[in-house]
Ligand binder design. Structure first.
Ligand code: PLP
Length: 451
């Protein structure tokens, strides 16, 4: 078969162009260029069909936290496929992997986040959240408390519901988003939007837009606020220290549920199990996916508080997915969590990898093309800027320089993503200091080629 006995690269690319529609891609242009065919991966390195060894500084899509090629994961999946490959949890049945995973997540999640509703992805989990918070308030006799507030440039998924929660205008331009009842306030991106304010003042001003919006709509109309502890796809927007405490205060004051979208930040990325812990947030609901299984199997979910669960549990919540709590995915996620804990991967992030990345990127800050570095744990972005010491953007199309730099990274066998003119890094959490040195050396070469 094509899988076990690869065709030559150009034939694979031709078949790909003929039959495969890629997400978030201009498929016609991609078809002409030919997509790079990734054939295998181990640790932090990908191998393509031409034998290049590529350092994956994006951990796939911010998800392969334990690194590629872990034998234990494949064994657990194979065992579970034989024992019980599938069963649903809709009609008064359950199974061992989903019970074990829900209990484990309740143990790991902070505060009274003790209940998990499973989904197949982050998008599905955020769709769940949208329906869950509205159902919560309806159950409490306040069906009009249904509006949800999010941020501009947020990313919460690609389905109609989660894409509406997201604040990406280029997504809203296609396919009828956002749906009614969802509102977007400023993102706490000091570099791009802070003007003359200090980061601290700007953080407070952004958070206070939430209160303004709540008062405009009426607190009795607002169900929830959703935010990523650190906006990932928006460009690794690390909020000023004043931001999250003020958001938390406003949500409490106006009885608005707080949803922390931990799809990227969860499972160690920021140096704690959850980004909420890094930023001192006590959410009512956390969205999880990606690092939950390190991308080895598609699984996501919503971890909710005792209070939210008790209200939702008192009615029939008519919501769920065929693959909610899929046994193979749940078993794989559990094994992933075992590896994260037993190998002290979060300590490694905090004490070894994040400091090494910080040191390497601080050296890159001298580069004439680099404006600033944004970083939280092992997620970071390099802001490209035309004038040293100024936050002015490049003239012409935003993102054009970032695109060139991304291509130059590719030429260096380094996968970095660009969001506008920010170069994104989110490597597997197991990356070693020596591998970080390789990453930084290749990144510098790509910056040099772009300058
Ligand atoms: N939420 C955040 C913060 C994300 O970064 C993503 C994906 O990148 C999602 C939700 C959507 O997750 P998925 O792609 O699994 O649907």
């Amino acid at each position: 078969s094509i899988i076990s006995n690869h065709l030559p690269t150009d034939e694979l690319q031709a078949l790909d162009a003929a039959h495969h529609l890629h997400p978030f891609s201009e498929n016609e242009a991609l078809g002409k260029k030919g997509a790079r065919v990734i054939t295998r991966a181990k640790g932090v390195y990908l191998t393509d069909s031409e034998g290049h060894e590529i350092l994956d500084a994006m951990a796939g899509l911010w998800c392969v936290n334990i690194g590629y090629g872990r034998e234990e994961m494949s064994q657990v999946a194979a065992r579970q496929m034989l024992e019980l490959p599938y069963y649903n949890t809709f009609f008064q049945t359950t199974h061992v992997p989903v019970i074990a995973l829900a209990a484990k997540l309740a143990e790991l999640a902070p505060g009274d986040l003790n209940h998990v509703f499973f989904a197949g992805s982050g998008s599905e989990a955020n769709d769940t959240n949208l329906r869950m918070v509205r159902t919560y308030w309806a159950q409490k006799g306040q069906p009009e408390k249904s509006h949800v507030i999010s941020r501009k440039n947020a990313y919460h998924g690609s389905s109609v519901g989660s894409g509406s929660l997201g604040g990406m205008t280029y997504m809203h331009e296609q396919g009828g988003m956002p749906i009614p009842g969802i509102h977007h306030i400023a993102q706490p991106d000091w570099w791009a939007e802070g003007g003359d304010q200090t980061p601290e003042d700007f953080g407070l001003a952004c958070a206070r837009e939430l209160e303004t919006k709540i008062l405009e709509l009426g607190a009795d109309k607002v169900a929830a606020f959703i935010g990523e502890p650190v906006q990932g796809a928006g460009g690794v927007v690390v909020p000023p220290s004043t931001y999250w405490p003020e958001i938390q205060r406003i949500c409490k004051k106006h009885d608005v549920l707080l949803i922390a979208d931990e799809v990227i930040c969860g499972f160690g990325r920021t140096g704690n199990m959850f980004g909420s812990q890094t930023f001192g947030i006590s959410p009512d609901i956390m969205t999880i996916a990606k690092g939950l299984s390190s991308g080895y199997a598609p699984i996501g979910g919503s971890i909710v508080s005792d209070e939210v669960a008790s209200v939702i549990s008192a009615c029939e919540f008519n919501h769920g997915y065929t693959y909610s709590g899929h046994p193979v995915c749940a078993a794989v996620a559990l094994e992933n969590l075992r590896i994260i804990e037993e190998e002290n991967i979060i300590d490694h992030v905090r004490n070894v990898a994040a400091p090494a990345l910080k040191a390497a990127f601080e050296a890159l800050e001298e580069h004439p093309l680099v404006g600033t570095i944004n970083m939280s744990g092992l997620m970071a972005s390099i802001q490209l800027a035309p004038i040293k010491g100024s936050r002015a953007p490049f003239a012409g199309e935003q993102g054009a320089v970032g695109y060139i730099c991304r291509e130059n990274c590719f030429a260096q066998n380094l996968v970095m993503r660009h969001v506008g003119d920010r170069m994104i890094v989110s490597p597997p959490l197991v990356i070693t200091p020596a591998e970080i040195e390789v990453l930084a050396t290749r990144a510098k070469a790509a910056l040099d080629a772009t300058y």
